[in-house]
Design a protein around this ligand. Structure first.
Ligand code: ADP
Ligand code: MG
Ligand code: MG
Length: 211
């Protein structure tokens, strides 16, 4: 499918479905190194997104949808992840501007802006055991794919695979940001819940593009 407003809407619907299916898994991960609410927070946020998508004006652009998602997540998710994901989608919206069809360069810009927004807000660095450990490899993989001539679907698939590997790679880390940082070495051996939700969201993006 072409990467246009229908793709963004389908991405958000798939995101809501996947987050709902993985709600318990995200709760369990967050129970191990946080306060156990990540699955509930994200599910509440994306169910609210689903409702909001029903009222989308016919002339909406990808950027409009991303902005609607941002404001909805900011007002419904709460915790650390709400403002972080909200900022990510808001910056992603700004990066695609008024474009109606997103090419590879626009997708790389979208992902980069999302990651940069999370860093701006939460100040995490790679290796801090946060969602940045999924976002940053995703951005790098997307850039690499795009500069080697890959198409949009392939770029998104590369980003998703890198985010998944990045989420797994948080397991041996000690956390330096968020609630898990209070645990010191006890966080070792557990996957970061926010990195896992990022991997799910980027896999949803790739799957929807692949059709
Ligand atoms: P809370 O910790 O407030 O309960 P959530 O459980 O919804 O919020 O989200 C926790 C996730 O947020 C963590 O797994 C981590 O990925 C992410 N996170 C927390 N702090 C930061 C930060 N400063 N930068 C990036 N991500 C962060
Ligand atoms: Mg939590
Ligand atoms: Mg909480």
């Amino acid at each position: 499918m072409s990467v246009d407003v229908a793709w963004v809407v389908a991405w958000m619907k798939r995101s809501a479905q996947v987050i709902s299916e993985h709600r318990v898994e995200l709760i369990t991960l967050d129970r191990e190194i946080g306060d156990g609410d990540h699955g509930e927070n994200m599910d509440r946020g994306f169910q609210a997104v689903l409702t909001k998508l029903d009222d989308l004006p016919a002339a909406a652009t990808p950027g409009d949808v991303l902005k609607l998602v941002a404001t909805t997540l900011i007002s419904t998710v709460g915790g650390a992840a709400g403002p972080l994901y909200g900022t990510a989608y808001l910056k992603a919206s700004g990066a695609v501007g008024a474009e109606t069809a997103l090419d590879g360069a626009a997708l790389v810009a979208l992902l980069t802006a999302a990651r940069d927004g999370i860093v701006l807000r939460g100040k995490a660095e790679p290796g801090d055991k946060t969602m940045i450990d999924a976002w940053t490899p995703a951005v790098v993989a997307a850039e690499t794919a795009q500069s080697s001539g890959a198409g949009e679907t392939e770029i998104l698939a590369a980003a998703a695979a890198a985010a998944e590997a990045g989420a797994v790679a948080t397991e041996p880390l000690v956390a330096r940001k968020g609630r898990a940082s209070y645990l010191g070495e006890r966080a070792i051996g557990h996957r970061d819940p926010g990195a896992q939700s990022t991997a799910l969201l980027l896999r949803a993006a790739a799957d929807v593009a692949a059709g």
